[in-house]
Design a protein around this ligand. Sequence first.
Ligand SMILES: [Fe+2]
Length: 228
Amino acid sequence: MESPKGQGVSSGYTITLEAHWRETSRKSRFRNDASNWHTACTDKSMAKSKLVASTHVALPAETRKKMADLLNGLLASTLDLHSHAKQAHWNVRGPHFLTLHELFDTLAEQTVKHGDEIAERAGQLGYAVFGTLRQGAAASKLTEYNLEIASGEEHIRRLSQSLGEYEKLLLKGIESAEDAEDYVTQDILTRICGEIDKSMWMVESHIVVVAPEAETLTSKKAVAQSAA
Ligand SMILES: [Fe+2]
C-alpha cells in the first residue's frame, strides 16, 4: 500500500505517519480504495446533509438541500486548506522566515473566517454543519500537503497549488449556486473567491515566475525597439 500522495519514507517521523496511515486505512470504510488518498476523498466520504430546523428562507427545500451538500463539501476543503497554511507556518525555514511565517498564519486566519461563513450559510438553510477535523479529512478534495518540504520557496509553490485547487472548487460552487438561483450562497462564495485571489497574489509574489506570454510580449517589445 502506498502512503498518501506527497509523503515519503525517508525520516523516522514520516515512517510513523505511514504506519498510522496504514492502520487507519485498514480500519477505514474506504479500505478498497486506500491506495489513492485523493480518490477516496470524494463526496461519498462525507456524511449526508441533515435537515435540523425549519426556516422561512425563500428557497425551495430541494435547493436548500443541494446547497447544504455543496457548502458542507466546501467546508471540508476549507478545513483542510487551513491545515495546509498552518503546516507551512510551522515548518517554513530560510532567509525570509519571519515574513513567510506571518504571511502563512494570516492565510490560516483567513480560512477560519471563510469556513465560518460557509458553515453558517448551511445553518441558515436549516441544515447541520459537518465541521469536525475528521469530516474535513474524509471529504476534502485538496491534494494532501507535502510533509517533507522546508524552504520558503517550496512552501510558496505548494501553498499556491492548494489555493488554486480550492479556488476551482469555489468556482464550481458559484456556478452551482447560480444554477440553483441561490444568489446569497453565490455571493458568499464569490467574495471568498476574490479574497483567495488576493491571497494567491500575496503568496506567489514572493517568487518571480515569468509567464510564457509575458516573455513573448517582452521579446516582441525588444524586437520592435531594435527595429525602430
Ligand atoms: Fe503561530
